[in-house]
Write a protein that binds this ligand. Structure first.
Ligand SMILES: Cc1ncc(COP(=O)(O)O)c(C=O)c1O
Length: 422
């Protein structure tokens, strides 16, 4: 049997592999801090669960593009809570934003541009259709955000006719958020070269200093497709519901999407679409729940940032999502002398000898010899921490030690590591 070569060359995702390894080590009784797996630690809000239960007997297929009411609700949500103007007939509901991104990768032709420090799945999705891509350089000083200048230089020299830029903010893996000013400059370059932008805003409301994050669509609506969903903001990854919003200028793509949807997933589960209506109503209660989650993640990331920065571990400044990049470049010489010369080797070393699971930067567009890692700071019981936070409203070392012990231990182990090799 022959297998499509584009697919057979894909590797199992690093996230899943490390997850298996952590399970195995924990099963053997080892203490491991799991900074590898990026799932929201918080319980899904009861109002959404109740709505799912109320609709459990709904066995109907729904319209291919999604429940009319839900598309309207998402459109309202985008304008009121994300600063994005959209039309409900150009909102599409799919089984997770990952699937919608993938179908978009399949549909839109062109050369993909991925900033260094991007989500693990973009490149495999492009490869699976035999597409081409370039990874553009970003630096720690810019929190690994793509600059307008870098994009301009690249596009002015590129021989490709059409380009698709994939942006993600708040970012997985860096935790960085593009500012309005940064988006405005990027938009000017995109407009000049007629670039299509896939704007992955799945973490929009997990912003540590605001209720939502800026969107490039505000400055470049005509060629930007916005993606979002229930998984992160509403802690409902397993519900598998995402949305995308097409600009009116790309309306002709609607029929293409509908055709591909109807030949692939047909529609998202009906009870889940009704539950999503509740989420996107975004009552005051739900807004408070999201704000509390973001405040907790902010407190934990600040603690980690301060502790690790003190011992020469480089860190991106966490601004949103539940990730940051940490770097051991300052220990490179010593590590190389120990034959630990790649992020993959160092991640194995840290897991085996210090019980700390981090994902190597090479899965996020970094060179294999750059000693950067994605740290997901969600290895705690979100329900318990939410309760404790309501009483204390202050996250300090003591709070972390009492309520997020695994994270506390992981940080201590990383400090120990730097002392031992430093
Ligand atoms: C940046 C980013 N985009 C998209 C997704 C996919 O989310 P979902 O398919 O659950 O909507 C994830 C999930 O980890 C992510 O981190």
């Amino acid at each position: 049997m022959r297998i499509n070569q584009n697919i057979s060359e894909l590797k199992p995702s690093a996230t899943l592999l490390i997850n298996e390894k952590v399970k195995e080590l924990r099963g053997m009784g080892h203490q491991v801090t799991h900074f590898g797996f990026g799932q929201s630690p918080f319980p899904i809000h009861n109002a959404i669960v109740e709505e799912l239960k109320n609709n459990a007997s709904n066995n109907h297929y729904l319209p291919v593009n999604g429940l009319e009411q839900l598309r309207q609700q998402v459109s309202n949500f985008l304008s009121e809570h994300q600063g994005i103007q959209s039309a409900s007939d150009l909102i599409f509901i799919g089984p997770g934003s990952k699937e919608l991104l993938y179908q978009s990768v399949l549909i839109v032709e062109g050369h993909f541009i991925i900033p260094k420090g991007s989500w693990v799945s973009y490149i495999p999705q492009i490869k699976s259709k035999g597409g081409t891509y370039s990874v553009l350089e970003t630096t720690l000083e810019d929190n690994f955000k793509l600059t307008a200048n870098c994009l301009e230089v690249y596009l002015s020299e590129s021989s490709h006719k059409e380009h698709i830029l994939v942006l993600n903010s708040p970012n997985n893996p860096t935790g960085a958020i593009y500012s309005d000013a940064e988006y405005e400059s990027l938009a000017a370059v995109c407009r000049k070269y007629k670039v299509i932008v896939f704007s992955d805003e799945i973490y929009s409301q997990i912003n540590f200093s605001n209720t939502h994050s800026p969107s490039i669509s505000k400055y470049y609506s005509e060629r930007t497709i916005v993606f979002g969903g229930l998984s992160k903001v509403f802690s409902a990854g397993g519900y598998r519901l995402g949305f995308m919003s097409l600009p009116k200028e790309l309306k002709k793509l609607s029929v293409v999407y509908s055709s591909l949807f109807s030949e692939t997933f047909s529609c998202v589960s009906s009870p889940v679409q009704y539950a999503a209506l509740k989420a996107y109503e975004y009552s005051k209660e739900l807004q408070d729940y999201v704000a509390t989650s973001a405040a907790i993640l902010n407190g934990i990331s600040s603690y980690i940032y301060n502790e690790l920065s003190k011992c020469a571990i480089q860190c991106t400044t966490p601004q949103g999502s539940f990730y940051m990049m940490v770097g051991f470049e300052k220990f490179k010489e010593h590590l190389t002398s120990l034959k630990i010369d790649s992020s993959t080797k160092l991640s194995h070393h840290l897991l085996k000898n210090y019980g700390v699971a981090l994902l190597p930067g090479s899965d996020f567009g970094f060179e294999s010899n750059e000693l950067f890692f994605r740290m997901a700071f969600v290895d705690f019981d979100g329900e318990k921490v939410m309760e404790a936070y309501k009483k204390e409203i202050k996250i300090d070392k003591l709070f972390i030690k009492e309520n997020c012990l695994s994270i506390y231990k992981g940080v201590q182990q990383l400090i120990k590591f730097t002392r031992e090799i430093g």
